[in-house]
Design a binder for this molecule. Sequence first.
Ligand SMILES: C[S@@+](CC[C@H](N)C(=O)[O-])C[C@H]1O[C@@H](n2cnc3c(N)ncnc32)[C@H](O)[C@@H]1O
Length: 267
Amino acid sequence: MSSRLDAEYADPTPLRVRIDTHEHYSEKAHDPTEDVLAALGLSGAEYLADIGCGDARFLADLVSSGHRGRLVGIDTSPTMVAAADVLPGVLGVLADAERIPFDDNTFDTITARHMLYHVDNPRVALDEFRRTTKPGGTVAVVVNHPGNCPRTAELVAAHANTYGIEQTGSFRASVDSDSLPRLMSDVFGAVRIHRSDNALVFDSAEPLVRFAEALFAFYGVPADLPERDAILEDLRADVEDWFAAHPGERWRDPKGYVVAAARVDAG
Ligand SMILES: C[S@@+](CC[C@H](N)C(=O)[O-])C[C@H]1O[C@@H](n2cnc3c(N)ncnc32)[C@H](O)[C@@H]1O
């Protein structure tokens, strides 16, 4: 994992801000959890591993909905693993998706939501998902569209560049909604795809600034960078100027994702 990713996921707050922003500022209803659950059709008895579990809200939802099977949260960030581990009946495991520390044919279900694009070699991770899932089990993967939220990404990159921070491409997605279906079918055979096309829409500066700030670490602006406050203030001024110059207009940024689900066959 790159140091920019390490920095991003050392603290769960930026991830939470991004999730909350998608919940509250999407043009159309945004519910990737519901889409994953629809793709899986869980009975509640499955032994399920959530890879790249983040702040473990998916696992927490399963616990509170009465899921009876064993639950595991796997992540490369110790903070995220700890969030999974405190949930009743959930095991948090510090590990990389490319080397899952479980035996062959362990899980009934694997979910990898909004994380495969962080993995150096997604094919290796998919092979691991297949290896550790029982025949007849299900794997569901969610990834974003290519160039998701391009306006906000460009805004953050431009302000980081102003302070001499180069965009190294270390956060370029290794897989997106265009490439995932083929990659999944190479590993699993038949794949079911659910596609969601949407946009973030802001009608005032503050939530956009908050969302942009939650992307900072991806663009070389970690929490401890001395220039961070100055970059944030410049960006805020820029966004406020945009809204002042475009009265009645909304800042619209296209986005979306696919949920790809496959059954693991016996072969
Ligand atoms: C965008 S967050 C998504 C979190 C959660 N799945 C969700 O949808 O809210 C990506 C998560 O994947 C984790 N991650 C990144 N690379 C990983 C890897 N190679 N193996 C396992 N977890 C990884 C990060 O630490 C982070 O918690």
